[in-house]
Design a protein around this ligand. Structure first.
Ligand SMILES: *[C@@H]1O[C@H](CO)[C@@H](O)[C@H](O)[C@H]1NC(C)=O
Length: 376
């Protein structure tokens, strides 16, 4: 009986540890700053998140950066509950600073007119809330491409370059416990050491917990999917070439704008290729070689990064900087923003990066997760 309880506790601890690590991994969407446990200047709504209505006006682009510097992001509304929290936030701010009608939040249609995406790349429907203010979005003057939220919790489209107050979001405090991981690293090291000793004595426990962790890992691989807009992640596709431990790739022999290419990849359950390592660049080189055999020499193809948010600030479609993504090797004399009009990412047959015109149709490479991640 004691042994059973011990196993249960050990496995639970491992799962909790796993959970913490993953919460930390979720932070990959953030660009700047370290995620913080709790900030005094944020108002927390249990089970929802922490919010700050910044009463200093900024462009949407600068607001985005300011929130990231706090360790968070422009507020993304994922549920009616969260919209209600925003309403409360506006009311609280009104008591202190006076009435405010609308503030920037974390969505835009900068990629394609009328296709509103959160800054994490989800459609508003997928994000969980898409209730617009009366007669919105109206894209006044064809120039409203950034997201706003009204004091009543409904959405509006606003001009990105106009100055507005803005709402930043930090994860709920409970989740934030995960971010204390760093400071309590010694505890975990001690824990792991103890675990190792115990595992040597009870091999069967190790196997049991390993299975649990693998199961957990499998679930998490699927959890990564929220960054995708369309299609379900698929186990394995015959039309993709898989590189073990790296991913599956498909060279699309059809010319599309970067925006359309992005959607085609998502419809296949994946995304425009993002190079995360030198190994992955090698895989892309092989993909090009294969394409050459079938279609003739190909010089360059679209891949999954852009600087549409801010000139010269290259981000993957999952919002990481290239450095954070793990690969930032440019081709010679690139990026050059040729004609002041190259804001979309390309990859050269040699595995180096390019900036390209988003609207000039080009072939492209899509990526699916490594099949092994899904084959459990
Ligand atoms: C796509 O455009 C490039 C450059 O204009 C061209 O070389 C290539 O043959 C085109 N590919 C297809 C599939 O039409």
């Amino acid at each position: 009986m004691m042994r059973f309880i011990f196993i249960a506790i050990l496995c639970l601890s491992l799962e909790l540890l796993q959970h913490r690590t993953n919460a930390h991994d979720d932070a990959y969407c953030l660009l700047r700053g370290e995620p913080v446990p709790k900030r005094e200047d944020y108002t927390y709504f249990p089970g929802v998140g922490g919010y700050k209505l910044n009463r200093v006006k900024k462009t949407w682009f600068d607001a985005r950066v300011a929130c990231e510097e706090d360790g968070g992001h422009l507020a993304v509304i994922n549920s009616p509950d969260e919209a209600h929290s925003i309403v409360v936030l506006f009311k609280q701010a009104e008591e202190i600073h006076g009435f405010l009608d609308v503030a920037f939040c974390g969505f835009h249609d900068l990629f394609r007119e009328g296709e509103f995406l959160t800054i994490h790349g989800q459609s508003l429907e997928r994000a969980g809330f898409d209730i617009w203010h009366e007669s919105q979005p109206n894209d006044i003057d064809n120039s409203q491409n950034c997201g706003g939220v009204h004091y009543g919790g409904t959405f509006n489209d606003l001009r990105c370059d106009d100055l507005y107050e803005f709402i930043c979001e930090l994860p709920d405090v409970d989740e934030n416990d995960a971010f204390n991981l760093r400071s309590s690293k010694w505890k975990i090291t001690a824990f792991i050491t103890a675990t190792k000793t115990i595992m040597a004595r009870f091999i069967f426990i190790a196997s049991l917990c390993l299975s649990l962790e693998l199961l957990q890992h499998r679930t998490n691989a699927h959890d990564d999917a929220p960054c995708l807009l369309r299609g379900e992640p698929v186990t394995e596709r015959d039309d993709y070439t898989y590189f073990s431990g790296v991913g599956g790739y498909k060279f699309h022999h059809v010319n599309k704008t970067w925006f359309d290419a992005r959607l085609v990849c998502e419809e296949e359950g994946g995304h425009l290729v993002i190079v995360n390592s030198a190994d992955e660049a090698q895989a892309i080189i092989s993909v090009f070689k294969r394409a050459k055999k079938i279609h003739g020499f190909r010089d360059v193809a679209f891949c999954g990064f852009h600087d549409l948010f801010r000139e010269g600030e290259y981000l993957t479609i999952h919002r990481q900087s290239l450095e954070q993504a793990g690969y930032a090797i440019w081709n010679k004399r690139e990026p050059n923003n040729f004609d002041n009009d190259q804001n979309c990412g390309g990859i050269h047959f040699r595995g180096t990066l390019h900036d390209l015109k988003c609207h000039s149709p080009l072939e492209f490479v899509c990526e699916l997760p490594d099949a092994a991640d899904y084959s459990l």
